[in-house]
Design a binder for this molecule. Structure first.
Ligand code: S3P
Length: 452
């Protein structure tokens, strides 16, 4: 296990400036998918025996989950860079942690782990950094309480830190989620593993299904049927014996989005992104960019450990504005900051509809994006839950300093802007980039980006 505390808030902010760059070119593989990495550790904890993971994202968010898994009873070993082994204890056999489970900046880690703990008769204290302490937890705590978990003490408003006592005997429920959230769905399903009988989650909009895929891959019985126009009904049979299987973590499409859009907006660029996760519930950005006229070629689509992956060839493109429908939001929820940057370089107006969930991410992303666009001379408007960006047909003034508000994706998105804007773009703090994309600046420099 790494010795440094992954959850500690970096004391010293690390500003960075992006300058107009020559063409970006090369072939890269961005780090492993964050969503799959969290699940590999937590589901490994719930399986009996050794789960071998290749390509685990060694970002701070995932390292916090690794530490939590160890506190809950797993033996977690780093065998080599990206190669990890989790010896799980099995559903029903978790240990009560003897320290606070500190998830740092990670909403996914904390919410999924709450689901895991809620199904076991143990108590745990959950905490995180200042950003995570502001984020809503009732969305998971309410269904978990119905399943038998008790919140013993909680700060005002259902926020961290809080102490949770898991159920003596978890109760299977039928849960209809009021927010389109894979984190909420996954927390209920992970708790449902410990319940007898069937736990059902109904979602009006299908969200990323890595939990369902990985549980099925480990031998759990799940039934998934369509629900309404865009939704799903997921039923899990409780108390399965989860059998460890090797996991290869594909490259994170949400991290790939940064070099990808950089290559689209920096003239003459030509880039290959390898091994990118192509799960259809994660590809909303690719669909949108293709509608905008992006030159993105998919090469060699294949399966890897129950998930589709693809290599992407991206060439600089003249983009045009489009309308992005609300129904597409769950499949690209983390990509709006960098899509707003692409829209700033496009010709015409891009309207991104239905972005209310952006207000409760690592920062209020809708506000942070709008402020970043304003600082760099991009015409835009927030209308209710929609963001409208009026593009500059290849030209963005730049010259602003962007406040990142402890949000890795705000930092990376505006650094991408600075690689093609007329004047440099500065971000106040890049230290949080390490939560999801360690080595971002080095990887971008290797492609030709001017970041210093
Ligand atoms: C995630 C789900 C999304 C996403 C987050 C990762 C996951 O959050 O924003 O970065 O791994 O389940 P919500 O499900 O809350 O929208």
């Amino acid at each position: 296990m790494p010795t440094a505390s992954p959850a500690a808030t970096p004391a010293v902010p690390a500003p960075l400036v992006a300058r107009r760059s020559q063409r970006l070119a090369g072939r890269v593989r961005v780090p492993g998918d964050k969503s799959i990495s969290h699940r590999a550790l937590l589901i490994g904890l719930l399986a009996v025996g050794a789960t071998d993971i290749e390509g685990l994202l060694e970002g701070e968010d995932v390292l916090a989950t690794a530490r939590a898994c160890a506190l809950l009873g797993a033996a977690v070993e780093r065998l080599a860079p990206g190669r990890w082994r989790v010896r799980g204890v099995g559903v029903g056999s978790l240990l009560a942690p003897d320290a606070v489970l500190d998830f740092g900046n990670s909403g996914t880690g904390v919410r999924l782990a709450m689901g895991v703990v809620a199904g076991h008769p143990i108590e745990a204290v959950f905490d995180g950094d200042q950003s995570l302490r502001r984020r809503p937890m009732r969305r998971v705590l309410e269904p978990l309480a119905r399943m038998g978990a008790a919140i013993i003490d909680e700060a005002e408003g259902g926020q961290l830190p809080l102490r949770l006592r898991g159920a003596e005997d978890a109760i299977p429920i039928v849960f209809e989620s009021s927010v389109p959230s894979a984190q909420v769905k996954s927390a209920v399903l992970l708790c449902g593993l410990a319940a007898p009988g069937e736990t059902t989650v109904i979602e009006a909009e299908a969200t990323r299904d890595h939990t369902e895929r990985m549980l099925a891959y480990f031998g759990a019985e799940l039934g998934i049927t369509p629900h309404g126009e865009h939704g799903r009904r997921i039923t899990l049979k409780g108390r399965p014996e989860l059998v460890p299987r090797p996991i290869g973590v594909p490259a994170d499409p949400s991290s790939s989005a940064f070099p990808l859009i950089a290559a689209l907006v920096v003239p003459d660029s030509d880039l290959i992104l390898e091994d990118v996760l192509a799960n259809p519930l994660r590809t909303g950005l690719l669909v949108t960019l293709k509608e905008m006229g992006a030159n993105i070629e998919e090469i060699d689509r294949r399966e890897q450990g129950g998930e589709p992956v693809v290599d992407l060839r991206v060439r600089a493109s003249n983009l045009r504005g489009v309308e992005v429908p609300t129904a597409r939001a769950p499949s690209m929820i983390d990509e709006y900051p960098v899509l707003a940057v692409a829209a700033a370089f496009a010709e015409g107006e891009t309207r991104m509809r239905g972005l209310s969930e952006l207000r409760v991410k690592e920062s209020d992303r809708l506000a942070a994006i709008a402020a970043g666009l304003a600082a760099n001379g991009v015409e835009h408007e927030v209308a209710g839950d929609d963001l409208i960006v009026r593009g500059g047909s290849g030209r963005v003034r730049g010259g602003g300093t962007v406040m990142t508000h402890m949000d890795h994706r705000i930092a990376m998105a505006f650094l991408v802007m600075g690689l093609a804007s007329d004047k440099p773009v500065a971000v106040d703090d890049t230290s949080f980039i390490a939560t999801s994309f360690p080595g971002f600046a080095e990887l971008m420099r290797g492609l030709g980006a001017d970041l210093s």
